[in-house]
Design a protein. Structure first.
Ligand SMILES: [Mg+2]
Length: 151
C-alpha cells in the first residue's frame, strides 16, 4: 500500500530527473525550488482541472459505453497526477502531508463528535540498538510556512 512517505521519497528522487515534453530536464534546481509556491499550486490545480474536464464529459454523456472504462482510467490518472503535485506543493511549502492530514482529520472528527480517527502508521517511539528511546512527532513546520508566505 502506498504511504505518504513513499510518495514523498519517490517524488524527491524523480524531481531532478523529470523531463519536459521536449526531453529536457524540467527543473534547474533538484529540489524544485526553481518554481515558486504559486507555480506548484498552478501545477496541482492544472491536474484537478484535467480531472474536472473528464468528469464534465462523463456528466454530459460524451462517452459511449465502450469508452467509459477508458475515461474512468483517465480520471484515475488525473487524480494520481493531482496527488503527486499536491505532495510536491506540500514539500515546497514545508508541510508533512501525511502528518498534516492525520492531524486535521482527527481535529474534524473531534469537532463533529465522530470517533473515527487516523492513527500514526509508524511507531511513535522505539529503542535503537544503543538503548536510546527515539520518538517521531508528526509536525507541521509552521515557521517555514510563515516565512514562505511572508516573502
Ligand atoms: Mg495529468
Amino acid at each position: 500500500m502506498l504511504t505518504f512517505n513513499a510518495l514523498r521519497a519517490a517524488n524527491l528522487a524523480r524531481l531532478p530527473l523529470f523531463k519536459n515534453a521536449q526531453g529536457e530536464v524540467a527543473h534547474s534546481m533538484p529540489d524544485g525550488s526553481d518554481w515558486s509556491i504559486g507555480e506548484w499550486v498552478m501545477a496541482f490545480v492544472g491536474e484537478l482541472g484535467e480531472a474536472c474536464n473528464i468528469m464534465k464529459k462523463m456528466k454530459r454523456g460524451d462517452f459511449s459505453s465502450a469508452e467509459i472504462h477508458k475515461a474512468q482510467t483517465a480520471l484515475e490518472h488525473e487524480f494520481a497526477d493531482a496527488q503527486t503535485y499536491l505532495d510536491l506543493l506540500a514539500y515546497r511549502a514545508g508541510v508533512d502531508l501525511g502528518a498534516a492530514t492525520m492531524q486535521k482529520f482527527n481535529m474534524v472528527s473531534r469537532r463533529v463528535g465522530c470517533s473515527v480517527m487516523l492513527n500514526p502508521p509508524i511507531p511513535i517511539a522505539w529503542i535503537n540498538p544503543e538503548g536510546n528511546v527515539l520518538t517521531v512527532q508528526p509536525t507541521l513546520n509552521r515557521d517555514r510556512w510563515t516565512a514562505l508566505y511572508a516573502l
